[in-house]
Design a protein around this ligand. Structure first.
Ligand code: GLA
Length: 352
């Protein structure tokens, strides 16, 4: 069983500074941190203008650097699994010569942010620029959830984000008796790349058939009434999204009320809907959720993120975390990695 990982900015910063000095000589002049995220509930709703309820992790990415004088940019990664080469150099973009994606793949997201980001101090604009980078340089037509939470997160809070208005309300999550356990299945099925855009298209198709711009504007009653007009598959995709939006609003209220039983029940409903209607789960994720739900003290568990592998998220009483990890690993056919983590702050400049 793998140990609990909890790599905050400090330990990652030391490693990043060391790698910088070894590669470029001299010390880095600036450093910044951006956290990863886990979504508690509200899956595949962001690109439908719906609600999501993520929190930022104590795990994240550090970037260190210094200005250059020769009009070029050099970047180096220490990320495990990044494709070769791990160091690249390219001309800084100009109006007439913008950057474009290419190889190595790991550098595309960085290049995309350099291309799209303008430092105007507006945090929503910052998140939107990073989303543009993912659309145009990483070729993933993602929603706004990941970038928004990474920029806006608040320590000890989840964030209820309305992905239509881009308003966000912090929801306290700091009960010492409660824990959030993330379980990495350590599998990633190849389907992810092609299925995500397909789901997005099916949602648009359903909304258009109902005369709306997004599924946010569709009620369950309207959807049911139009079932025969939509193909069965498109209907089921839309049923997940419309149901998930309702569940997410209810879950945020349950969290405010300290009603973890209701929250957990909604997580399970979310998982079942992602598995059966949205068809983005996989046997490994289903196994992990099923095993988690067998543990005394677990309120709820579900797949989290895009699906087809990746992680599950489990809400449980704090004293149950050890036995939950043990039980899940015993029941899981693969090798799981566990993280017990607290809601952390969003991206920030780190003092050097
Ligand atoms: C990926 C995307 C997000 C969101 C989730 C599913 O993580 O990047 O925008 O759509 O999938 O909720």
């Amino acid at each position: 069983m793998a140990a609990v990982a909890d790599r905050g900015p400090c330990s990652v910063l030391a490693a990043a500074r060391g790698a910088y000095e070894a590669a470029f000589g001299g010390a880095a002049a600036v450093a910044a941190w951006a956290p990863g995220r886990v979504n508690l509930i509200g899956e595949h709703t962001d690109y439908n203008g719906g609600f999501v309820l993520p929190m930022a992790l104590q795990l994240g990415t550090v970037l260190v650097g210094s200005p250059t004088q020769d009009g070029t940019i050099s970047i180096l990664t220490t990320a495990p699994g990044a494709d070769e080469p791990h160091r690249v150099r390219f001309p800084a973009p100009t109006q007439s010569r913008p950057l474009s994606p290419g190889r190595p793949h790991w550098a595309n997201y960085v290049k995309g942010v350099i291309q799209h980001y303008r430092d105007d101090g507006d945090l929503v604009a910052k998140a939107l620029a990073c989303q543009q980078a993912e659309h145009t340089f990483a070729s993933v037509p993602c929603g706004i959830m990941d970038q928004f939470i990474s920029v806006m997160a608040k320590e000890n809070h989840a964030l209820l984000i309305d992905c239509r208005s881009l308003d966000a309300v912090p929801v306290p999550l700091r009960d010492a008796n409660l824990a959030v356990l993330i379980t990495n299945s350590n599998v990633r099925h190849a389907l992810t790349g092609s299925e995500y855009p397909t789901r997005r298209r099916q949602c648009q198709e359903a909304a258009a058939a109902l005369g709306r711009t997004t599924l946010r504007d569709v009620t369950m009653a309207e959807l049911e009434a139009s079932r025969s007009r939509l193909g069965e598959e498109v209907y089921r995709r839309a049923r997940h999204v419309v149901g998930e939006m309702e569940r997410t609003a209810r879950a945020a209220q349950a969290l405010r009320d300290g009603d973890y039983v209701t929250f957990g029940m909604l997580m399970v409903e979310s998982h079942n809907s992602l598995r059966d209607d949205y068809a983005v789960s996989c046997p490994e994720l289903d196994q992990l959720v099923e095993a988690a739900l067998e543990v005394d003290g677990v309120y709820g568990s579900r797949m989290t993120g895009g699906g087809f592998g990746g992680c599950t998220v489990t809400l449980l009483v704090a004293e149950a975390t050890e036995r939950a990890q043990q039980h899940i690993q015993e029941k899981y056919s693969g090798t799981a990695t566990f993280y017990v983590t607290k809601p952390s702050d969003g991206a920030k400049v780190l003092p050097l």
